[in-house]
Design a protein around this ligand. Structure first.
Ligand code: SF4
Length: 689
């Protein structure tokens, strides 16, 4: 090696963006990031990365980084020492707890942060503050999918590996845009479609890139997925195409399920979904002819009033056709954030302790009480949605939030902001001074993944190690260190010296992580939970049994109800989602030169038909109005959308252009996930261009 190469440091890391969980080496010199180098040993991605993983790292060295704690003084924030900030938090939060009770404090965790950090945060909420008021952003996206799977097959995670998706004869994609949201996973689907003759069936409102490549692309009316899913299941059973042996041996409640489908005839489905009977039969035939099928879905399914039920219907269809427990089958909710799976797995949920053990279960709680030496609360706490309501009602007085831009990404943000303003005390811990931080009383500077050690869990339940590249910038600190110092200020006696010790504790307590250990996660090594004590992991779930006591899956009847509509005057359906280059509110990608250079701001997709009707062209400026707020955005005329359909990317740091000015506080009946995808708006032209 030359001298020059000697000074270049290579460190293995895991992408900080989406749930595919690409891993690669980052090459650095000093604090300079030279490049990202993928490796064929990387389990989820091999030699692939997308534009975000490759060029989305400059934010780490951004001038906007928070480098010191800040304390609010009137309208201003002043710099403070760690000791001042943590002492103030300790006294304020203790006082509030004392005056209003344990459940007067809410905790919002981060799906961008590590498993170990999420574990410690829920331990802080539960064992130090005695509350289950804790949640993470899976409430905004994937909790309905997890719940649908838990109801039917028992585990709220992808059934198999990303690699195994290539083995399916048919891929069914519902309400997802993997080519932009999960690009490296989509590459596998594209490859299998081309090389292995895999069939691709895409259901989406918008003719996205995978839809364009699909063997069959289907666009039902918004909010009607459950209807065609039930109708296809019924048709398959009526034709005697269902997998009777599989159902007989491995599935409960078949006859109740069949009864529940009575009304979902092809006629009914045609009327509700707008899809012809011929097309529905074509879909059913494709599914019938495939020996194996994987179903991939995301927020086009989950962010509806019936999000959990539609996720359940997908899983029901997989069960009816025997598509679980063998290669190339199963349910794949596509996780958004890099660690949204892990944040939930490690217990930042109001009803689950780590490893999905119920807080209400006395035995489980007593196991944790013994280990942590404290009494734990039994009642499930407030979720993200309920905590906003509870603040509005004066029941929750303080909140501690880390690594989550709730002030832009929650639905109906004007309502969320008024809640923030009502808080007596608000702590925001982040890498940047976020929109949410503007409402805080204390702002704590956190270190991003390149400045700490830990593990992330990707969409396929794969736990992967990332390593520290740089020292934390300024006085920023890894989130887990901050939690530990704060807990100790309140009298806890935590002595973790490394995240590996936190994982050790989680592994002792939670059976699904029993054999997870840093010594088994070195370099490119990884483990897919559940992991037995001897380190054996589980790439493919349900090979022998489903995760219920009798080992059998459950068919769960679900009923359709129409989506929310704010009223006839709101004449345009507003769909929203991601684009390839940016990520969520954009706090990281807009601060990465290589990306902002390419896409400086998001645009509103308008169909050629609508553009002509309103006399507007690409570049026009429009104002969208819903009953909840208004947003201004520039237009891109494209035939990716049709008729009165609008597509509004969610990525903006500019409040007045945020899609969540427009979304409502209505939500999935079961999980309270906002119905982001069920919005209608009016459009006014500001500049026609
Ligand atoms: Fe990162 Fe996802 Fe892109 Fe992979 S596909 S590089 S995990 S954003």
């Amino acid at each position: 090696a030359t001298m020059r190469e000697d000074r270049i440091k290579r460190t293995k890391t895991v992408c900080t963006y989406c749930g595919v969980g690409c891993s690669f080496e980052v090459w650095t010199k000093g604090r300079h990031i030279l490049k990202v180098q993928p490796d064929e040993k990387a389990p989820a991605n091999g030699i692939s990365t997308c534009v975000k993983g490759k060029f989305g790292w400059d934010f780490v060295n951004s001038e906007d980084r928070l480098t010191t704690p800040l304390i609010r003084k009137g309208e201003k924030f002043v710099e403070a020492s760690w000791d001042e900030a943590l002492s103030l938090m300790a006294s304020k939060m203790t006082e509030i707890k004392w005056n209003y009770g344990n459940d007067s404090i809410g905790f919002i965790a981060s799906s961008k942060c590590s498993n170990e950090e999420n574990y410690l945060f829920q331990k802080l909420a539960r064992s130090v503050f005695g509350t289950n008021n804790i949640d993470n952003c899976s409430r905004y996206c994937q909790t309905p999918a997890s719940t649908g799977l838990m109801r039917t097959v028992g585990i709220g995670g992808d059934s198999g590996t990303i690699e195994d998706i290539e083995n399916a004869e048919l891929i069914l994609v519902v309400g997802a845009n993997p080519a932009e949201s999960h690009p490296v996973l989509a590459t596998r689907v594209k490859r299998a479609n081309k090389l292995f003759n895999q069939k691709l069936l895409v259901f989406d409102l918008r003719e996205n890139e995978l839809a364009q490549r699909a063997d069959l692309y289907v666009s039902p009316k918004p909010g009607t997925d459950l209807v065609w899913l039930n109708a296809i299941a019924k048709y398959i059973i009526d034709q005697n195409w269902h997998d009777a042996d599989f159902i007989e041996q491995r599935v409960n409640h078949f006859s109740e399920f069949v009864d529940s489908l009575a009304k979902y005839t092809l006629d009914y489905a045609e009327e509700k979904t707008g899809l012809s009977k011929e097309l529905l039969i074509k879909v059913a035939t494709l599914i019938h002819e495939a020996k194996s099928m994987c179903a991939l879905w995301a927020m086009g399914v989950t962010q509806h009033i019936g999000g959990t039920d539609t996720s359940t219907a997908i899983s029901n269809l997989l069960l009816v056709t025997g598509n679980y427990g063998k290669p190339g089958t199963g349910g794949y909710p596509l996780r958004g954030h890099n660690n949204v799976q892990g944040a939930s797995d490690f217990g930042t949920m109001p009803d689950w302790l780590p490893g999905y053990e119920a807080v209400e279960d006395d035995e489980i709680r007593s196991k944790y009480e013994k280990a942590w030496g404290t009494k734990l609360p039994k009642e499930p706490g407030y979720n993200n949605h309920e905590v906003v309501e509870a603040i509005q009602e004066g029941k929750v007085k303080a909140m501690y939030l880390f690594g989550e831009e709730m002030g832009l990404v929650d639905s109906n943000i004007n309502y969320v902001h008024t809640a923030f303003e009502k808080l007596d005390f608000f702590v925001v811990q982040d890498v940047f001074f976020s929109k949410t931080a503007q409402f805080a009383d204390v702002v704590l500077p956190a270190a991003p993944s390149l400045e700490k050690d830990g593990t992330f869990t990707n969409t396929e339940r794969r736990i992967q190690r990332f390593y520290k590249v740089f020292e934390p910038l300024g006085q920023s600190k890894p989130d887990w260190e901050i939690f530990q110092e704060f807990a100790n200020k309140l009298g806890a006696n935590w002595r973790y010296e490394h995240p590996g010790e936190i994982m050790e504790e989680a592994a002792t307590l939670s059976p699904v992580f029993a054999g997870v250990d840093y010594s088994r996660l070195e370099g490119w090594e990884s483990q897919l939970w559940p992991v037995q004590k001897d380190g054996t992991d589980t790439p493919l779930l349900y090979e022998k049994e489903f995760a219920f006591e009798d080992g059998k899956a459950k068919l769960v009847p679900v009923e359709w109800s129409p989506p929310y509509h704010p009223g006839e005057e709101y004449d345009l359906h507003l769909n929203n989602g991601r684009i390839l280059e940016h990520f969520h509110e954009g706090n990281m990608t807009y601060r990465s030169e290589g990306i902002t250079h390419k896409v400086p701001e998001p645009w509103l997709e308008v169909s050629p038909q609508l553009a002509e009707k309103r006399g507007i062209k690409t570049g026009a400026l429009v104002r969208l109005k819903s009953p909840y707020g208004e947003a201004e955005v520039r237009v891109w005329v494209t035939d990716q959308v049709k008729g009165n359909e609008l597509y509004f990317p969610m990525h903006t740091m500019v409040e007045k252009s945020a899609v969540n000015q427009l979304t409502s506080s209505y939500h999935d009946k079961v999980t309270h996930t906002p119905n982001y995808k069920e919005m209608h708006v009016k459009m006014e032209v500001i500049e026609p261009k």
